[in-house]
Write a protein that binds this ligand. Structure first.
Ligand SMILES: Cc1ncc(C[n+]2csc(CCOP(=O)(O)OP(=O)(O)O)c2C)c(N)n1
Ligand SMILES: [Mg+2]
Length: 590
């Protein structure tokens, strides 16, 4: 039997489970694992500038490509605690990442050793498994189980914590005969799918709410096929956005309190039946359940049994992987072709709402109004673009105005929304798929949170365009403070003694980005946005580094949002003529 250190065995298992890349940074307690990675030579490594950054890079890496599992590595103590936000964000969005930490030697764990912290206990609620491995011979089993859990059922992250002496201990392990454990994915039965289809057929105005589970299951093609077979309009959730292309005739818009379209909410409210697949009835999607549920019948399909009934009791629940369910939905619907109800009138109503209920994007104001930025982005970036964003008015407006055409082309920390996520996640996406253009979008605060990670993009030549909309405000929080009649601790503006030309907008993002090895442009007028985005593409191709395009926005713009699906406040004029929303996918009927 081959003998090797437990760290060597761990790396051998990573290789056999398909891992080719890791994000992280070394420290003394994880050096044996780094030594094993070096000996193996088959895992490339991106050196983050902040350990939280490494965890979000791993998330971006997983989210970009079906089957990927992002790996992030850090030392004991603060490295593990820094990655907690990544574990939270990953678990909240059902994203598998493997977090590996170093730890103090086993015999010293209870002695308050330097940088010894019970990271497994801290990570427990955020992971499918969090384990400090105390016996070297358990290391292979811990890793084998980790991959089994990350891939089975509702996907999610795992943390494995390796004491220094455990990493170094020699064990018997044969990598050649290592076999990944089978993956468990529950599947709907024909009877269940037939019953759900009966309910759909009995409805008059049905919709499908398509969640991120469809994207996780790599089943977007089946969703489109099923929607077309039954002629059912689709309302994607924020995590499901891209499962159906925005220019598909059955795309009915997103529904919700913030990241939603006026026509999406109107269609949801006009429906009498909702088939939710791989979604979790998130509160920013549903708003108050009274309005959301009134007059509608619900079927809920989810891979995790305890998700059925968690937010409300559906009329019928099915426990199934989204792909397995959609395969059967397609099969049974095909058998019923010719006997399915005619939905032409309902589909036309949804389409009409799309062509009439639009928000205005075309403003010529200086300083620039944010709506105009998204209009220019729609012009500059084609359907192949992969967008990455996190939180803030910037992200909310992006979801209202940008277009997404493919699954995994809207990459967003939907539930956790941790400021700072955008830059490292975009870098992880670039590593996972260097051939697809990546465009990140941040508010100024999100951008400043993990700005140091730009140096990672410069060092490892990970080019992408980072659109930075700068209002010198914690904009979303400023807007929500209107309810408290205050504007308190939300200003990011100050007179920068080194950059008086910024006129009180504070941080000189262009200089900081350049200082970190990136290219950066600043735009102050609407007419400059398009040319700057084109210039950014050229700079990116020439220098192979991240390119920041900062747009100086008007300080205060309130973005549409509300408290209920039927109570969303519009702060700006709506689109009345085609020229008001010239990049809308469906031209406005004026
Ligand atoms: C770690 C963390 N702390 C606080 C928040 C709450 N929060 C959400 S948006 C936001 C302000 C975002 O400002 P900016 O990135 O400039 O975007 P804007 O809303 O101005 O477009 C804050 C503080 C958060 N999401 N994450
Ligand atoms: Mg801001």
């Amino acid at each position: 039997m081959p003998r090797m250190t437990a760290a060597d065995a761990a790396v051998a298992i990573l290789r056999r489970e398909g891992v080719t890349h890791a994000f992280g940074l070394p420290g003394a307690a994880i050096n044996p694992f780094y030594a094993a990675m070096r000996r193996d030579g088959g895992i490339t490594h991106t050196l983050a500038r902040h350990v939280e950054g490494a965890s979000h890079m791993a998330e971006g890496y997983t989210r970009a490509r079906a089957g990927n599992i992002g790996v992030c590595v850090g030392t004991s103590g603060p490295a593990g605690t820094d990655m907690i936000t990544g574990l939270y964000s990953a678990s909240a969005d059902s994203i598998p990442i493997l977090c590996i930490t170093g730890q103090a030697p086993v015999a010293r764990l209870h002695k308050e050793d330097f940088q010894a912290v019970d990271i497994a206990a801290i990570a427990g609620p955020l992971t499918k498994m969090a384990m400090t491995v105390l016996e070297p011979a358990q290391v292979p089993g811990a890793f084998q189980q980790a991959f089994h859990l990350m891939r089975s059922g509702r996907p999610g992250p795992v943390l494995i914590d390796l004491p220094f002496d455990v990493q170094l201990a020699e064990i018997d392990f044969d990598p050649d005969t290592y076999q990944p454990l089978p993956v468990y994915k529950p599947a709907a039965t024909r009877a269940q799918i037939a019953k759900a289809l009966d309910m759909l057929a009995a409805a008059e105005r049905p919709i499908i709410v398509a969640g991120g589970g469809i994207i996780n299951a790599d089943a977007a093609d089946l969703l489109v096929e099923f929607a077309e077979l039954t002629d059912t309009p689709v309302v994607p959730t924020l995590m499901g956005w891209g499962a159906l292309p925005d220019d598909h005739r059955l795309m009915a818009g997103m529904a919700g309190l913030q990241t939603a379209h006026r026509y999406g909410n109107a269609t949801l409210l006009a429906s009498d039946f909702v088939l939710g697949i791989g979604n979790r009835w998130a509160n920013r999607h549903t708003g108050g359940l009274g309005v959301y549920r009134a007059g509608r019948t619900f079927v809920h399909v989810d891979i995790e049994p305890t998700q059925i009934g968690r937010v409300f009791a559906p009329d019928y629940g099915i426990v199934s992987d989204a792909r397995a369910a959609l395969e059967l939905f397609v099969e049974v619907a095909r058998e019923r072709e010719g006997r399915l109800p005619d939905r032409a009138a309902w589909v036309e109503q949804c389409r009409h709402r799309r062509a009439t209920m639009q928000r205005r994007t075309h403003f010529d104001d200086v300083p620039v109004k944010p709506q105009r930025v998204y209009e220019e982005m729609n012009r500059a970036f084609g359907p192949e673009t992969r967008y990455v964003s996190t939180i803030g008015l910037s992200q909310i407006a992006a979801a209202q105005f940008l277009h997404v055409y493919r699954p995994r082309h809207w990459i967003n920390a939907g539930q956790a929304g941790p400021l700072g996520w955008t830059t490292p996640a975009a870098l992880g996406v670039c590593v996972a798929d260097p051939d697809t253009p990546v465009v990140a979008l941040s508010g100024d605060y999100d951008f400043q949170f993990m700005i140091e990670e730009l140096a990672v993009g410069a060092q490892f030549n990970l080019p992408y365009v980072h659109v930075l909309v700068n209002n010198a405000y914690l904009g979303l929080i400023r807007q929500s403070q209107r309810g408290f009649d205050m504007d308190y601790c939300v200003q990011l503006s100050f007179d920068n003694v080194n950059a008086p030309e910024l006129g009180g907008y504070g941080v000189d993002h262009v200089k900081v980005a350049e200082g970190l090895g990136c290219k950066a442009l600043r735009v102050t007028e609407p007419a400059g946005i398009g040319p700057a985005l084109e210039e950014a593409k050229k700079l990116m191709a020439e220098y192979r580094v991240p390119v920041v395009v900062e747009v100086i926005l008007e300080r205060v713009t309130n973005i549409s949002m509300g408290t209920e699906l039927d109570n969303v406040t519009e702060f700006e004029d709506l689109a009345e003529r085609r020229e008001d929303a010239p990049t809308a996918v469906v031209a406005l009927l004026d």
